[in-house]
Design a protein around this ligand. Structure first.
Ligand code: NOJ
Length: 539
């Protein structure tokens, strides 16, 4: 097995630690809870877990505001708990990926406290400090993702600091070599503890325009939308100098790779395709020296139409640089859940899509149960994105609700009061109940994951689009002589299976419908919203 096989051919599972499993009754998930559930993940069949931030944090942005990069927040446990989790994961052959948040710290981080203490502070240059504009206002028009300007005035020193997110999340100055080295040392701290890789938060934003120029207006802005979209962020995101940083970061993780297993970098990058591809970091010799998996979010906001998805997959495949590893995602802790976007039956089709496309799939916890967005009553809202820009649907609490383990109180998530409501439907829609039910979403996920693991055509084979009618997304995956056909009927009416695709002696391997129509007899139609995988030799 090659050293990179695990992240190229395997499956990643994202855990939002506050919501996975509480072990001490405080209503917030923790590391000991995750540890208790490792066997569930092994049985599910995933290869790696990515855990959203676990570091000490004032929790202004639920862990994405870090006050110490080299420790564990007491709500989640201790470093000893982390080591125990890492050891147990390793013993089960599960890889462990942590979240790395390099763009900003918490305003409670000692670096920022020192930086803020005086203009002459040795750490002043670790953050982005600027004098006010001539009118006393912010130095330029950049906007924060969480509403309002990306600048806050520090009264004491009379300068503004930049924050792409909350004012409690000051942006680091990645042009400063000391910052780079300190942050790379953070990576080494965790790599030495045996971490297998990092998901890198807002990787595109680390470097800002050196001249701090205003962003231009967005001519396509529709009043009433998210105010962030008023400007085109051409001067504070995806700057040309990012490439060097990505190369440097990769050198740090590569130094810890060994012949048996390589360390991986996964970049959070909401960018158009050509720009996204840049982050694979192809150098003059054609070697890929950037992040191994620049997150591919094309499906996250996609119109759920077969022609649209077909286009997205083709364009992505065509844009990949030679040798680049593709990857696919349906959702995450920031985006609406797939079951809410496409409905319960559509989510079964989406599961088949995700687990049969060419490229590393990342699953979001709870999607394997078909969990949908949970409405959050106004008095339970936690997310600053909702609090600061209310009513625009930007709040992420609905997708971060507790995992549903059993029919016990609070779905077995906590013995205390859960930090977010469970919502409805968990009495039936939980792991324990679905594990017994041959027609459940969990059973479908387990079958599809097992199929993907078993079939080299699925985890490392080629991809070729096929034609099978306007409502049907069709493609082949092949490895050596083995050829699998995937047909996904997005329509509300039955669709024929073209006989040339069925070929000879077709063998049905999976259906999204778990009701026993388990054969590919003559005249078999795809049922409404049915997906099929079969092995077939072309006729
Ligand atoms: C992206 C993360 O996924 C999101 O949850 C967070 O709020 C921002 N980055 C800021 O770190």
């Amino acid at each position: 097995m090659s050293a990179d096989a695990w992240w190229k051919n395997g499956i990643v599972y994202q855990i939002y630690p506050r919501s996975f499993q509480d072990s001490d009754g405080d209503g917030i998930g923790d590391l000991a809870g995750i540890r208790r559930r490792l066997d569930y993940l092994v049985a599910l069949g995933v290869d790696a877990i990515w855990i959203s931030p676990i570091y000490p944090s004032p929790m202004a942005d639920f862990g994405y505001d870090i006050s110490d990069y080299c420790d564990v927040d007491s709500r989640f446990g201790t470093l000893a708990d982390f080591d125990a989790l890492a050891a147990d994961a390793r013993a089960r052959g599960l890889k462990l990926i942590l979240d790395f948040v390099p763009n900003h710290t918490s305003d409670r981080h000692p670096w920022f406290i020192e930086s803020r203490s005086a203009r002459e502070s040795p750490k002043r240059g670790w953050y982005l400090w600027r004098d006010p504009a001539p009118d006393g206002g912010p130095p330029n028009n950049w906007l924060s993702h969480f509403g309002g300007p990306a600048w806050t005035l520090d009264e004491a020193s009379g300068q503004y600091y930049c924050h792409s997110f909350l004012k409690a999340q000051p942006d680091l100055n990645w042009r400063n070599p000391q910052v780079r080295e300190a942050m790379f040392e953070v990576l080494r701290f965790w790599l030495r503890r045996g971490v297998d890789g990092f998901r890198v938060d807002v990787l595109s934003d680390l470097i800002k325009d050196e001249l701090f120029r205003d962003n231009p207006a967005n001519p396509a802005f529709v009043p009433g939308e998210n105010p962030l979209l008023q400007l085109l962020p051409i001067h504070n995101t995806d700057q040309p100098d990012m490439q060097d940083i990505v190369f440097e970061m990769r050198r740090v993780t590569d130094a810890f790779s060994d012949p048996a297993s390589s360390r991986v970098l996964i970049g959070e990058l909401y960018l158009p395709l050509p720009r996204l591809m840049h982050y694979y970091g192809r150098n003059a010799e054609g070697l890929l020296q950037g992040v191994q998996l620049p997150f591919n979010f094309q499906l996250v906001g996609a119109k759920w139409l077969p022609a649209e998805i077909d286009r997205i997959v083709r364009e992505y495949e065509a844009a990949l640089p030679p040798g680049a590893a593709p990857n696919w995602v349906l959702g995450n802790h920031d985006k609406p859940r797939i079951a809410s976007r496409v409905g319960p039956q559509g989510a079964r089709l989406a599961a088949m899509l995700l687990l049969t496309l060419r490229g590393t799939p990342t699953l979001y916890y709870g999607d394997e149960l078909g969990m949908a967005d949970v409405p959050i009553p106004p008095d339970r809202v936690q997310d600053p994105a909702e609090k600061n820009v209310p009513g625009k649907g930007l709040g992420r609490d609905p997708v971060r609700t507790p995992m549903r383990w059993s029919g016990e109180p609070n779905a077995g998530f906590t013995t205390g009061t859960p930090w977010l409501p469970l919502g409805e439907g968990w009495a039936e829609g939980n792991v324990e109940a679905q594990a017994q039910d041959a027609s459940s979403m969990l059973t479908l996920y387990r079958r599809l994951i097992a199929l993907r693991r078993r079939e080299p055509a699925l985890h490392e084979g080629s991809y070729a689009p096929l034609a099978a009618g306007p409502e049907v997304l069709a493609y082949a995956r092949a490895h050596g002589a083995r050829r699998l056909v995937v047909l996904l009927n997005f329509g509300a009416t039955p669709a024929p299976i073209p006989s040339q695709l069925l070929g000879v002696d077709a063998e049905l391997l999976a259906s999204t419908h778990a009701d026993g129509e388990a054969s590919l007899h003559e005249g078999r139609m795809l049922r409404p919203l049915e997906g099929l995988v079969f092995a077939s030799a072309p006729a």
